[in-house]
Design a protein around this ligand. Structure first.
Ligand code: UDP
Length: 325
């Protein structure tokens, strides 16, 4: 029996594959390498392909004895989703439906789905609980929320059991620095600050310093990618044990301001660099902090990495990625 990991050559998918492999699962990694890297698909069998390719997926399900599917393939850039929503709805929604279609045809009914805190939009209260209102404010968040609703319908009608994980700010890297975050273009806060610390960027820009928060900058909940991976293993085991469809926030429950993250990077790297205060980035909620009590109690999950450890692991990987010290 194998686990099909769609998007297993990407940032979060590859960390999950490494952990699945350590736990003794057989894995088939399926990835079109549009944003993933062949070098990241080093655990299990790698098959290059797109989730829109129904024929190839059919063959994989026929050839391998697939027991469950983990699905990480998605476009994730909020700004791009506003400019080109079609790209997001075709890949994140329509192609996911194709993957689900092939699963149903082959009687595979266990599915782990990567969702996002963006389904909540501008949250009405902090920390956010899973049943708080879903008001996504951009096509990216809407594409994820659409799939979440589709999954509820597919359980009711077809008995497809799923776990949806709503990630807060995924960060950090593999402790051995074999894999890590390498988006192109990079838009995420921690890799950009590390670029400034390594002298690859001139400065780090703070997007907005007049929010109603303790120091005027946005507050985010950073969660280590290995803590996310651990939740995925627990979610998979839960479904394999016959668990029902469910959905969970995955965050540390701790909020750090953009300024605090910059200060932590300065402390960890022992480097000073220029910080430039600029305008707000449209669509940024002032606070995003998870209430992850549900994952803690139902999946027996608890995040292990502090912000400092997140930055230390990210730094080790980043130095290797950028080839600088
Ligand atoms: N941010 C920033 N400067 C940057 C990149 C991000 O000030 O160069 C801020 C951004 O406005 C947000 C936080 O850092 O408040 C986290 O942004 P990121 O894009 O990493 O993740 P998001 O919260 O959008 O998922």
């Amino acid at each position: 029996m194998s686990i099909l990991v769609a998007g297993g050559a990407g940032y979060i998918g590859s960390h999950v594959c490494k952990m699945l492999n350590q736990k003794g699962f057989d894995i088939v990694v399926y990835d079109n390498l549009s944003h993933g890297y062949k070098e990241f698909a080093k655990w299990g069998e790698f098959i290059p392909g797109d989730i829109s390719d129904e024929k190839l997926l059919e063959n994989i399900f026929k050839y391998y004895n697939i027991e469950a599917v983990m699905h990480f393939c998605a476009y994730i850039e909020v700004g791009e989703s506003v400019i080109n929503p079609q790209k997001y709805y075709i890949n994140n929604v329509s192609n996911t439906i194709t993957l689900l279609k092939v699963m149903l045809k082959n009687n595979v009914n266990k599915f782990i789905f990567s969702s996002t805190a963006a389904v909540y939009g501008m949250p009405e209260r902090i920390p956010i609980k899973e049943d708080d209102p879903k008001n996504p404010i951009n096509p990216y968040g809407r594409s994820k929320w659409m799939v979440e609703q589709i999954l509820e319908d597919y359980d009711k009608s077809y008995g497809l059991k799923s776990i949806r994980f709503r990630y807060f700010n995924a960060a950090g890297a593999d402790e051995d620095a074999e894999i890590g975050e390498a988006h192109n273009p990079e838009t995420h806060l921690i890799p950009l600050i590390l670029d400034a610390a390594l002298g690859i960027r001139e400065d780090i820009k703070i997007f907005g310093t007049n929010y109603d928060t303790k120091d005027g900058t946005c507050i985010r909940d950073f969660i280590h990618v290995n803590d996310l991976a651990d939740a995925h293993i627990k979610g998979l085991e839960y479904l394999l044990d016959g668990g029902e469809t469910d959905y969970f926030n995955l965050g540390s429950g701790e909020g750090y301001s953009v300024r605090e993250v910059i200060e932590t990077v300065k402390r960890v790297t022992k480097k000073d660099f220029k910080v430039v205060e600029t305008e707000r980035r449209p669509g940024d909620p002032p606070y995003l902090i998870a209430d992850s009590e549900k994952a803690r109690s139902k999946l027996n999950w608890s995040p292990k990495y502090s912000l400092e450890e997140i930055i230390k692991t990210a730094l080790k990987w980043h130095i290797k990625l950028r080839g600088k010290s």
